[in-house]
Design a protein around this ligand. Sequence first.
Ligand code: HEC
Length: 195
Amino acid sequence: MTDKSMQTKGDGHKQEKYFSDHDYDGIKELNNPSPYWVLLLFLGTIGFSLFYAVHYFGYPDNGRDQYSEYNKQMAMAGKKSDQNPATQAGAFVMDQAQMDAGAKLFTEKGCIACHGAKGEGNAIGPNMTDKFWINGCKPVDLIKVVTEGVPAKGMTPFKSMMTEAQIKSVVAYILGALVGSNPPNAKAQQGVECK
Ligand code: HEC
């Protein structure tokens, strides 16, 4: 501490009260506490750090630590992709969402060229709105036909053009919406009747 800075504290007598009791061989120590607002700020940060630590890491299983947040977000992302039937290759489901997705694919993937816009069949492909099937009538049979095709008879294999989920959607559309729809100009039945 220089003389000059001590002088700013006032005259010699007043300075006394800034000295602490420490006295090392005549060397005294100034007691110069920081202003209250700095102290309050400092204590505030300690208080906040306690609150922060407990809130975000500490309180057991309060769901706000990074692992819980990660799991939550992954679950949300999973749910989002589950809502899109065309990307979910799970069990074969014949609900409205699957059928809607399948209806779009039926047009987009060109099924209509050989099976008609309403699945009624045409000169190339068979009618898909009746109960008669050439290659079997269970969902697995239809899935197999769309996947592997029947190249000898002119049915395209779609395994390289559609995902498994898309194939399941389009089959859900055929079985759920086309069968029994009675479109005009339906092609004559082929194959065996399925009950
Ligand atoms: C190039 C013409 C063509 C296209 C494109 C086509 N199909 Fe076919 N499809 C056929 C023919 C021909 C058959 C009959 C096969 C047979 O006789 O075994 C058939 C049969 C089927 C069968 C089995 C019918 C039965 O009675 O066993 C299903 C299911 C089917 N197609 C679905 C589809 C779907 C879904 C698409 C579009 C993703 C599609 N097809 C696109 C020509 C086509």
